[in-house]
Design a protein around this ligand. Sequence first.
Ligand code: SF4
Length: 343
Amino acid sequence: MDKDLKNKSYIDLLERVIAGGQKPFAAQYLFSFIHQKDAEQIADITPLSKTFRQKLIDEGFSIGGIKLLETHDDPDGTIKFVFGMPDGVRIEAVRLRDGDRNTLCISTQAGCRMGCKFCATGQLKFQRNLTAAEIVDQVYQAEKAVGRIDNVVYMGMGEPLDNFDDVVRSVEILNDKLGRHIGIRHITISTCGLPDEIKKLALASVQPRLAVSLHAPDDAIRSKLMRIGSKYPLKEIMAALKTYQSATGNRVTIEYCMIDGINDQIEHARSLVKLLKPLKVNVNLIELNPFGGCRFDPSPPKQIQVFAKSLSDAGIETVIRFKRGRSIKAACGQLGATWLKED
Ligand code: SF4
């Protein structure tokens, strides 16, 4: 049985507290002290009786935590955090600054099983899923260094929907008004497109924003770029997104990494428009961020502009994402790049 109290949603704690014969307010104190006041040990939750705190400790409960090992600063204001888990596993998170707002890109797995060929994390050996506690703690630890985190994007190391239960619970925890209370529209889950999990997300208790990394207008190109491309045809992903949108009404962001000569030609833009027409979407075009051993090149800026115009002219809201954090290997697809040689 999981004994980390940080890993539990408010409802989980409430059930546990009531089963233990305590009043519901005990769950409120536990949750708010852990997720709002950063309590590190049960003994710190002083509004609870000494007897109850001791009982929890005697039963083996504790409050887990991850450790900030390193920070790396890019001149553009991006900061990469390297965190260590209690079992020695390392992961990374990235703070992006927009005016006076902080966005944190967080990890959900150590390594990744999806094996996208343009992504450094995909080349690392998959180690394990992170717990909900380890996911939310990235936000808490980053806040100690940079102040309030306004937006959270699940776009760091790992495929969030491949760790479905802990990811959804972590969103519940971050969004809970007794905790950090980060607005649900300020939380984005980014997936490379797992159809069953996308449909499952439509029925989840929380509805964060959804982004899908498509990167190709057809299955042939997608399979060249992403191992998962040959497992899930685009037809299946589009059908799952249709189901998701009928259930939630939410617009979906499409992430599209621009790779020279592979997926960036005008005919690719036309096919993409055709593919996306039945959905309510906006598109982010991302210039490829290379890492050692990556066999693709970024598209020339002019080609990205032409591609973007073609989508915009067809009525699809399109944004070109600026390069951020490249000097510290913190840009999209670069997390874990510095460990590749060690793996
Ligand atoms: S792009 Fe995302 S899903 Fe693909 S290998 Fe990298 S971390 Fe995994």
